[in-house]
Design a protein around this ligand. Sequence first.
Ligand code: DX5
Ligand code: ZN
Length: 221
Amino acid sequence: MQPTVIAPSILSADFARLGEEVDNVLKAGADWVHFDVMDNHYVPNLTIGPMVCQALRKHGVTAPIDVHLMVEPVDRLVPDFAKAGASMISFHPEASRHVHRTIQIIKSHGCQAGVVLNPATSLDVLDWVLEDLDMVLLMSVNPGFGGQSFIPATLDKLREARQRIDAIGKPIRLEIDGGVKPDNIAEIAKAGADTFVAGSAIFNAPDYAEVIGRMKAAVEG
Ligand code: DX5
Ligand code: ZN
């Protein structure tokens, strides 16, 4: 199992003060910045692109930037995000015609590669690519919006994903995204996640350090 990572999703941050918001969550104990990219095509919402990622780097953010692509097609955006300072890039297999090729493109640009599975997508898509991945991201809500409720069936899926990762014995992260809160993070961790995205639970809280601290204590306790 990898060390715990808390990755606040900036989807729920105040975009008018994005640099300051990111500085504040990192100061409050966050490990990564989760960067949700939506294209109004693969998902019914529209957010931010490589320019904003680059702006965060220029602002002085040195923490890993975890780019979650909810876009179709995927491949042509990869070099732009790599240049803009992305540390890891994850994509939805339904949005890429050639999943193996997309993983290779991400890695050849010097980023870590992740595959994201929607709530109704089977773990079987990992069958022939798991060894090539740095991260598996399970969606515990349908992608497109922050503030939705955690889908409980994801716990069984996490347990199965954890077994598959442990079976090949590689340091592949298991990330969970959607509806993660201080009061459910302990059972999500017990099911096998080591990397936790949380948007509304962190950015809607009055005290970022307090909520991130509570989440870490719940995972480690
Ligand atoms: C949803 C995004 C998530 C979202 C999570 O498509 O991928 O990262 O911001 O938000 P919460 O934690 O509020 O469910
Ligand atoms: Zn996300």
